[in-house]
Design a protein around this ligand. Sequence first.
Ligand SMILES: NC(=O)c1ccc[n+]([C@@H]2O[C@H](COP(=O)([O-])OP(=O)(O)OC[C@H]3O[C@@H](n4cnc5c(N)ncnc54)[C@H](OP(=O)(O)O)[C@@H]3O)[C@@H](O)[C@H]2O)c1
Length: 298
Amino acid sequence: MKRIKTLHSELTFSELAYGVWRLAESSPSTQSTDAKIRVCLDQGITTFDHADIYGDYECERLFGHALKKSPNLRERMELISKCDIALLSEKHPNRRVKYYDTSRDYLFKQVQQSLRHLNTDYLDTLLIHRPDPLMDASETGEALDELIKEGLVRTVGVSNFSVWQWKLLQSNMSNRLISNQIEINVFEQSALWNGTLEAMQLDQLLPMAWSPLAGGQLFGHQVNSDLQNVFSRLEKTQNCQREHIALAWLRMHPANIVPVVGTNNLDRILFLNKMSQVELDRETWFEILVAAKGSEVP
Ligand SMILES: NC(=O)c1ccc[n+]([C@@H]2O[C@H](COP(=O)([O-])OP(=O)(O)OC[C@H]3O[C@@H](n4cnc5c(N)ncnc54)[C@H](OP(=O)(O)O)[C@@H]3O)[C@@H](O)[C@H]2O)c1
């Protein structure tokens, strides 16, 4: 599995990241979490994507139990986490509504909580999870710089940000934002067409793609017969599964997109690195795009 350089830090990511959003869905034990981590690491998937809120604030804790049991795993991985979404949850009985909070105090509180839950001293990357209309860019930018200065996080970035949203934040910081994590997959093609990926290349932000398999829709009734036919042909000729083709399709984009895959199934995780063996030429790349879009390019 290739390593991907981030442009403004020493940090590198694996070319495929593993997302833990769904970790709590399958009544996991420390043992099963440990098994998933090791199966990822063994094939070179070293970048793990968290958020404070995943699994109603439980996923970081589950992962942290595995790290506590095997502390030597920590140095073999990069930990990303995110915050600013304040979730409606029994753990926060006083909240009346789900909202966003990019204030300095909230960011520090959530990062410290993530570190406690994950049983680690630092995050490799902290992302602001969602754009916050009430973000005071000067306060948030300063807080991100301070989190780096205090050694709580090595690098910072954003998620689901538009060009102007990240430019505003960046203009209020001395450290560089290293990444923007956004939704991109065969059904969610907006970033391929609206200039977002071009702007990220210009500003040297590494794109990470969340829900690269469309959150599982790639295996359901949304797949029309054209797309089904392309996938079936490629599965045979390339000797792989649909997920490997969809991931290779994202990797072929010149912006160097890192897909953040979220399967909870150990057998599927075991073969994710088959993605690297898939070879798509330009015409096949467009065949997938057009079939998923349901109409030809203009
Ligand atoms: N920044 C953000 O705002 C944001 C938002 C959403 C997600 N994320 C990140 O992105 C990560 C990935 O998101 P995601 O889980 O939606 O990604 P995904 O990889 O697109 O979808 C995972 C889903 O696809 C299913 N799936 C995979 N292979 C399959 C197969 N061969 N047959 C049938 N079903 C299959 C999985 O089921 P099985 O578990 O049964 O395999 C799972 O339900 C998250 O964990 C999180 O880290 C970030």
